[in-house]
Every structure is written in C-alpha cells, then in structure tokens.
Design a protein around this ligand. Structure first.
Ligand code: URA
Length: 235
C-alpha cells in the first residue's frame, strides 16, 4: 500500500494532510525518513512512525448502526451516552462515526476506523446522497416539492436541489427527502423554511448504503464485503 494511503487509512489525517507531513520529513519507515508519499509500505511488516510516534496497523472495520434517539453522535461526551457506547469492537478506541445525526434523529450511521472512506463520504465536493424519512407537523404540498427542488434560502446558505416525496399528506404528513449535503440540522431547517416542523427524523441511506431492515434501534452489524466495495466505488 502507498505510504500516504496507509497513514490516511489509520486516521492520521486527510490524504493531502499526510502528503504534506511526509514531504516535511516527519514520517519514517523502519527508522528511515521517507519523503515520497507514493513509497510502498508493507503494513504488516514495516514499522511506520510520524514525529517519532509509531503508527499501529489496524485492520479496517466497518459497522452499520441503527442509531436510536437519545444518543449523541460523538466518540466521547461527559453528559450523554454516545453512539460508540452501543458498539462492541476490539478496536473501539479507534472507531468514529461518519457524519452526524442529531440526538433525537434515528437511523443509519456508519462507524469505522477508515479515515479515507470517511473523508470521501463527507467531502462537500462529492455530494453523497442521503435519504431521510420524516414525519412533519402540517400538510406538505406540491409547492414544497418545488421549493425543495429549486433550493431553499436558509439564511447562511442556499440548499442544493433536494428531492421531496410525499408518502402521506395530512395534518401530520410523512415524507422521504433526498439531500446531497450534510449541513447542521439541515432537514429540520429546510422544513422550517417552508413553515413546517419535523417531529420525527430517520436516515435510511447514505450513498449506496441502506439501513438494514432487520436491525432494531440500538442494534448494529458489520458491513458485508459488497457494501464496503460499493461505498468505496461510490456505486
Ligand atoms: N438533518 C437534520 O436536521 N438532522 C439530522 O440529524 C440529520 C439531517
């Protein structure tokens, strides 16, 4: 594996941050400073260090969690239970959630130690699609569909076109919405912008990854090889 890829995978930084770090002469393989990001490293035999600190090779792990309400999407929190409290893994201390769901949002959360994949999925340039199911207080209308498609002015930014599908139309509506951004409270703010309130929110997919219907809130499973491959290929 290339040295820069190895370091990014181990969560040392993004691919470009680790390239800088290598070029600055901070990285050694078996004690020898290496300044070429493309240098090959045998992750099972070579000893790689950054600023003199050895980087342990960890197998990459991928978990799908059905996040329940009441847990914060963080690795540590003094007051609240975190999503990592729900996952049991031998390498738990290296894991992190990919992206954020609000404390009261449920649904699909990818948890991994693969820094490269996390960066790909979260990069604003990649426009990875996320689908949410929501219950809305108020009647969602065809006007709302058009407004979501056009883009909504949320004050600090205008949203990219989003696809809104009405499942149940009434005083309490049910919808599916597909967005390709991941701004803070984005879905809730989009509905606020059309004068409605989200009363329940659940993420059902992220890129190619779908929430497994057999999981209950709080349950998790490892990803299959094909789920991992598809996420990496973006297909
Ligand atoms: N949009 C929100 O408003 N909240 C979430 O948790 C995710 C998307």
């Amino acid at each position: 594996m290339r040295l820069d890829k190895f370091l990014a995978n181990m969560g040392v930084g993004t691919r470009s941050q680790v390239k800088d770090c290598i070029r600055q002469g901070k990285v050694a393989i078996n004690g020898e400073i290496i300044k070429k990001p493309e240098q090959k490293v045998d992750e099972k035999k070579d000893c790689v260090s950054v600023d003199g600190k050895s980087i342990q090779f960890l197998n990459l792990q991928y978990y799908m969690l059905y996040k329940p309400q009441g847990f914060v999407t963080a690795t540590e929190d003094r007051e609240h239970k975190t999503v990592l409290d729900l996952v049991d893994s031998p390498i738990k201390r290296q894991l992190f959630p990919v992206g954020r769901l609000d404390k009261d949002t449920e649904g699909l959360l990818l948890i991994t130690n693969d820094g490269t994949l996390a960066h790909e999925l979260l990069s604003p340039k990649k426009h990875v699609k996320k689908v949410y199911y929501a219950k809305i207080a108020g009647k969602v209308t065809d006007e709302d569909i058009k407004a979501f498609q056009k883009g909504l002015d949320l004050g600090d930014f205008t949203t990219m076109p989003a696809t809104l599908k009405i499942l149940v139309q009434g005083d309490c509506s049910e919808i599916l919405v597909e967005i390709c951004e991941g701004k803070f409270h984005q879905v809730k703010r989009m509905f606020e912008a059309v004068g409605k309130k989200v009363t329940y929110l659940k993420r059902i997919s992220m890129g190619t990854l779908q929430l497994d219907e057999n999981l209950q809130p709080g349950e998790w499973r490892t990803l299959t090889e094909s789920e991992i491959d598809n996420l990496k290929k973006g297909k």
